[in-house]
Design a protein around this ligand. Structure first.
Ligand SMILES: *[C@@H]1O[C@H](CO)[C@@H](O)[C@H](O)[C@H]1NC(C)=O
Ligand SMILES: *[C@@H]1O[C@H](CO)[C@@H](O)[C@H](O)[C@H]1NC(C)=O
Length: 298
């Protein structure tokens, strides 16, 4: 949290909240010369600073001195948002005891639950869900807590969210689903869990690419092995290309072999009438593609 220069006493309150110095904090607040809700020019309060830093006693003291629990900083974040982001479950619970709400949003639509999910704070996610957080929260671009956890590879959080009714197929506004994102990032375990919970293996984005296509391009072979267990389409996709084309373009021989093993057909051209073999100069990949072509011709 950037701290701006304010009055010396307010600065001292912020300093004490950041360092967890309860004695100093009490001294300052009891002096009656500085308010528990003093804030910097971005609207940051000492309660936010103490919550971010995980200083339970300071948070408690500030609340007792009348700090506004649900005050929103200029960007929209609250003390609960910061404690959730940093994974301070004890502080999160304390804030709830004193009336913190899970509903406040940052300007990009972020909530305590979206940020805790993104940072893999599974204990906090559990506490938030128990205290009324909405598992269907969405950022302005449509990203859900599940999507954000999938992007960052947080399997435990994904299980919690799905058990609380998160929609596995819900995509971002650009059509990207959690499975696609996890596949692109190479999170095998996340891909496995999402597929087991019914994720659409062939969901495509606006650009026509599927999870398999993307993983093939990136050479994420662990992800591809998980996807192949669910028989995704290895044929021509909406954007006029196949996963095998993507694998060849990506240049990973092992990926090419995995797809061939799953009956991807090297004789299928893309919409530009190019075979996968037309997209590489690698002898090893050409050799892997060639015997199949001969078999196909005979
Ligand atoms: C996700 O989408 C697939 C394909 O449309 C569908 O079969 C599956 O039931 C959906 N899963 C859930 C949990 O809604
Ligand atoms: C299909 O989509 C991918 C991903 O955006 C892109 O890289 C590729 O060029 C597209 N293929 C065709 C034939 O348009």
């Amino acid at each position: 949290l950037p701290l701006q220069k304010e009055t010396p006493l307010a600065n001292a309150v912020f300093w004490a909240a950041r360092k967890g110095n309860v004695a100093l904090l009490q001294l300052l607040l009891n002096s009656g010369r500085v308010d528990a809700d003093c804030r910097d020019s971005c609207g940051t309060t000492a309660l936010m600073v103490a919550s971010y830093s995980g200083h339970y006693e300071c948070v408690k003291d500030l609340i007792m001195q009348g700090a506004d629990i649900n005050y929103q900083r200029e960007w929209g974040s609250t003390a609960l948002f910061f404690a959730s982001q940093q994974g301070h479950d004890d502080v999160v619970k304390l804030l709830f005891e004193f009336g913190a709400s899970t509903e406040f949003q940052t300007k990009d639509g972020g909530t305590a639950l979206t940020v805790a999910s993104q940072h893999g704070r599974s204990k906090v996610v559990e506490t938030l869900l128990k205290n009324g957080a909405n598992v269907h929260d969405q950022l302005n671009d449509g990203a859900t807590p599940l999507f954000l956890a999938a992007q960052e590879g947080h399997v435990t959080v994904i299980r919690q969210l799905l058990s609380s009714g998160a929609k596995v197929n819900q995509s971002r506004e650009d059509g990207t689903a959690a499975l696609w994102m996890a596949a692109q990032m190479g999170h095998n375990e996340v891909v496995r869990v999402l597929l087991l919970r019914g994720a659409d293996r062939d969901a495509d984005r606006q650009d026509g690419s599927t999870a398999l296509f993307k993983a093939a391009f990136e050479g994420h072979n662990g992800v591809i092995e998980e996807l192949l267990k669910f028989s995704p389409s290895v044929g021509i996709l909406k954007n006029g290309s196949t996963a095998l084309h993507a694998a060849v373009m990506g240049g990973n021989l092992q990926t090419v072999l995995l797809l061939l093993g799953a009956n991807a057909d090297p004789t299928v051209p893309n919409k530009n009438n190019e075979l996968p073999a037309d997209l590489t100069k690698s002898d090893r990949i050409l050799k892997a593609l060639r015997p199949k072509i001969i078999n196909g011709d005979s």
